[in-house]
Design a protein around this ligand. Structure first.
Ligand SMILES: [Ca+2]
Length: 178
């Protein structure tokens, strides 16, 4: 199950090239799920060994992030409402001292480190970053070199009355000068 999910995320990363979100947007336009009820997401974290390899320090640190309705965010960030404001996140998450240092070329996935509140069933996307340089006491925003997610590559389906494990993968290092 997890291997399949990771494989899908990796494939999505490779196909997206990290820039165009058009295809992702098209997918997101059809993410309403009929029915009622709620379920939870159990968050785990991982990083591709190739990405970890180019980091200045090991992928170890505090993780912060937000869960959005899938339709409300793409890889460029939250979409805007009619007034031009960012659409809000559904909830925020964090996890302390996450260590996802790969074992050589073998990808490491953390244990479940955060369980969400019960969420209405449907598709959600995870934005987030790891404070890998350990200065989170000074700033809780991503800085150059911090691993961050592509939200469109971290999409999860909440199912009724189920705890769904969601492996959040960091997809790139935060670029300089953002
Ligand atoms: Ca930092």
């Amino acid at each position: 199950m997890h291997r399949l999910l990771i494989a899908c995320l990796l494939a999505a990363t490779a196909c997206s090239g990290g820039s165009s979100s058009k295809d992702d947007t098209d997918v997101a336009a059809d993410t309403d799920v009929a029915g009622s009820g709620t379920g939870r997401l159990l968050l785990r974290f991982t990083i591709d060994p190739d990405l970890a390899d180019v980091m200045a320090e090991p992928p170890v640190g505090h993780v912060w992030g937000d869960i959005y309705n899938a339709d409300d965010i793409d890889n460029l960030g939250p979409k805007k409402d009619e007034s031009g404001n960012d659409l809000p996140a559904v909830l925020s998450y964090e996890a302390a001292l996450v260590d996802i240092t790969p074992d050589g070329t073998t990808q490491t996935t953390s244990e479940v480190l955060f369980t969400t509140e019960a969420l209405p069933i449907g598709y959600y996307r995870a934005a987030g970053f790891m404070d890998s340089d350990g200065n989170g006491a000074d700033t809780t925003s991503p800085e150059e070199g911090d691993p961050v997610t592509f939200p469109a590559n971290n999409e999860f389906l909440v199912l009724e009355d189920q705890d769904v494990e969601a492996v959040i993968e960091f997809n790139l290092l935060y670029p300089k000068g953002r």
